[in-house]
Design a protein around this ligand. Structure first.
Ligand SMILES: C[S@@+](CC[C@H](N)C(=O)[O-])C[C@H]1O[C@@H](n2cnc3c(N)ncnc32)[C@H](O)[C@@H]1O
Length: 170
């Protein structure tokens, strides 16, 4: 990893470390925002077709960009090998969160992997209206295989968790 990479990308890169070094099919960065994970995924998987989707319009940085809601992915998004959905679900209320998780699972190929990254925080805040913890995810039908925690800069407070599904990490 280059020392020039912005700090936020360096911190987020750790979430992709549990993924296999190669992925066979298409990859989606759901709720891409300004593309932190798109850039990381592009570096890690330079030969895969990389899709982005967000409810707002953003500049395309992968191969295709779709504007729309996570709960209703377009038909083009099918049989994906990997989806990263980072810091998106806490904007949705519980019913929509459940719909969103079902929608994400429905567009994965059978051996596909889903990575959900969320703050570890039970208290609702203006910037975190609907916190989502692992128990909530399991109640909504997503049972992660690996959970990775990263700590705030003081190294003592857990800040984010990545929840990852998939048959095997190799
Ligand atoms: C905090 S940003 C996270 C951006 C990026 N994933 C990251 O980790 O840096 C949340 C993003 O989720 C998008 N978003 C919010 N609700 C959404 C929805 N229902 N469907 C798709 N994207 C949504 C927002 O537009 C925003 O770009």
């Amino acid at each position: 990893m280059s020392w020039k990479r912005p700090a936020v990308e360096q911190r987020m890169a750790v979430f992709l470390e549990d993924l296999p070094s190669t992925i066979s099919g298409n990859i989606l960065d759901m709720g891409t925002g300004d593309g932190v994970f798109t850039r990381l995924l592009k570096t890690r998987y330079p030969n895969n077709f990389l899709l982005q989707m967000d409810i707002q319009h953003y500049r395309r940085q992968g191969n295709e960009f779709y504007q729309g809601a996570i709960q209703a992915p377009p038909h083009r998004l099918q049989s994906l090998s990997l989806i990263v959905c980072a810091q998106v679900l806490h904007y949705l209320g519980p019913t929509q969160q459940k719909q969103a998780i079902s929608a994400l699972l429905s567009v994965l190929e059978p051996q596909g992997r889903l990575v959900i990254i969320e703050y570890i925080n039970q208290t609702s805040r203006p910037w975190l209206p609907f916190p989502l913890l692992v128990d909530d995810l399991e109640d909504m039908g997503f049972s992660p295989f690996i959970r990775r925690i990263i700590y705030d800069q003081d190294k003592w407070r857990p800040k984010y968790a990545a929840y990852l599904s998939g048959e095997s990490m190799q």
